[in-house]
Design a protein. Structure first.
Length: 381
């Protein structure tokens, strides 16, 4: 039996790879594959999603009977240790400490697939919770098999089922399925891609078949977002192709799996270093973290806005950043989980700044000094 693997991932349109909370992992040795979507408004969600997929694919004695019940506690301990590492940094933000003291959790969806041998034949087993999906498309042009705890008949929203990084208040019931391993293709997708695939099944399948690189994937995402067919959200995709299923021995062929950490390194290395240019009404504002003094920030703001820095008016607020554990996308889900929203005040006129993608919005640096993320000059005060 021949198996080949492809994996691609990208961030929201105005963000960076370092902001992406989707994760996947593969382990050909154990025939395991997993994908997870960290809920962006929760506390350090990308750590949680990464730990979940890694633990699932690496843990040898793992059963599907209880979902991830056998390893969730181990994952929670690992997540807590990683969060505490962040709290020990000298520049940790007050709202990060506040969220930690309130025991705010990370939340994430999850979908896992494995191949196992039972009674002399190979089987596949899949389980999922939340709006991450597994699809199997047989080479016989049969309707796809769908595995997700989310009903395909209900709209996608900001309230998925999830696993929590603290305690046992997980949301939802695991969806499980299994079958004989045969020729075809498994797709593991996070929510934005799953919604797109369900709405455009035939066309989407053909588009996916053409993907051979991260660049191909990025172009597809940009095209579908521009057409309005794909939501602007972190997007991750694993493709596991099965061929020659009659052969009893599994061998793995080509692997084209993008590594999110490598993508982050490359993107950070390509970031434009400190520069400030003004061209008529098109102001580009780039900077390197920690390279601007308060006076330089005030001077830049005055030049951009055409007026002196003014105190905050009309209760203008800027959202805090997921890199420090918080990202404010959904008040309702925060209330549902007992988490509260925290914000940083700002007096900059956001319509005057242009991001590296030339979008008319202000962007702030609220994360640690090692990150190139676009966020606030105001926080440096």
């Amino acid at each position: 039996m021949q198996i080949s693997i492809k994996g691609f991932i990208t961030n929201k349109e105005t963000e960076f790879y370092s902001d992406c909370a989707d994760r996947y992992a593969v382990n050909p040795k154990l025939h395991r594959f997993a994908i997870s979507d960290g809920v962006s408004i929760s506390f350090f969600p990308k750590y949680w999603s990464e730990i979940l997929v890694n633990k699932y694919t690496q843990k040898e004695d793992l059963s599907h009977e209880n979902g991830l019940g056998d390893i969730v506690e181990e994952c929670q301990i690992e997540w807590m240790a990683k969060v505490k590492e962040q709290l020990e940094k000298p520049d940790v933000k007050w709202y990060t400490k506040s969220s930690f003291n309130r025991k705010s959790p990370a939340l994430a969806t999850f979908a896992g697939l494995r191949f196992i041998k039972e009674e002399g034949s190979w089987k596949w087993e899949a389980m999922a919770i939340g709006d991450s999906f597994i699809f199997f498309l047989s080479e016989k042009s049969e309707p796809p098999i769908t595995i997700s705890s989310k009903s395909v008949d209900t709209p996608f929203d900001n309230f998925p089922d999830y696993l929590t990084s603290i305690g046992e208040k997980h949301k939802g019931v695991w969806e499980k399925n299994k079958g004989d391993l045969r020729n075809g293709c498994f797709y593991l997708m996070t929510d934005a891609l799953a919604e797109w695939f369900l709405k455009n099944n035939e066309i989407a399948g053909k588009e996916i078949e053409l993907l051979n690189s991260q660049e191909d994937f990025t172009r597809l995402i940009e095209k579908e977002r521009a057409s309005g067919s794909l939501s602007n959200d972190d997007s991750a995709l694993l493709i596991i192709m099965v061929d020659n299923y009659e052969d009893d021995i599994i061998s793995y062929g080509s692997h084209t799996v993008s590594d999110i950490q490598e993508l982050i390194k490359v993107q950070e290395g390509n970031q434009i270093k400190s520069s400030l240019s003004v061209e008529e009404n098109n102001v580009l504002f780039f900077y390197e973290p920690d390279n601007l003094t308060k006076e330089e920030c005030e001077s830049a703001e005055a030049m951009i806005t055409g007026k002196e820095n003014k105190p905050i008016e009309n209760n203008e607020l800027i959202e805090s950043n997921e890199e420090d554990g918080i990202n404010n996308d959904s008040t309702e889900l925060l209330q549902e989980t007992g988490m509260e929203n925290e914000n940083i005040p700002c007096s900059v006129d956001s319509t005057q700044l242009i991001s590296p993608k030339k979008l008319p919005e202000i962007e702030y640096e609220l994360n640690d000094s090692s990150s190139p993320r676009k966020k606030s000059i105001i926080d440096k005060f």
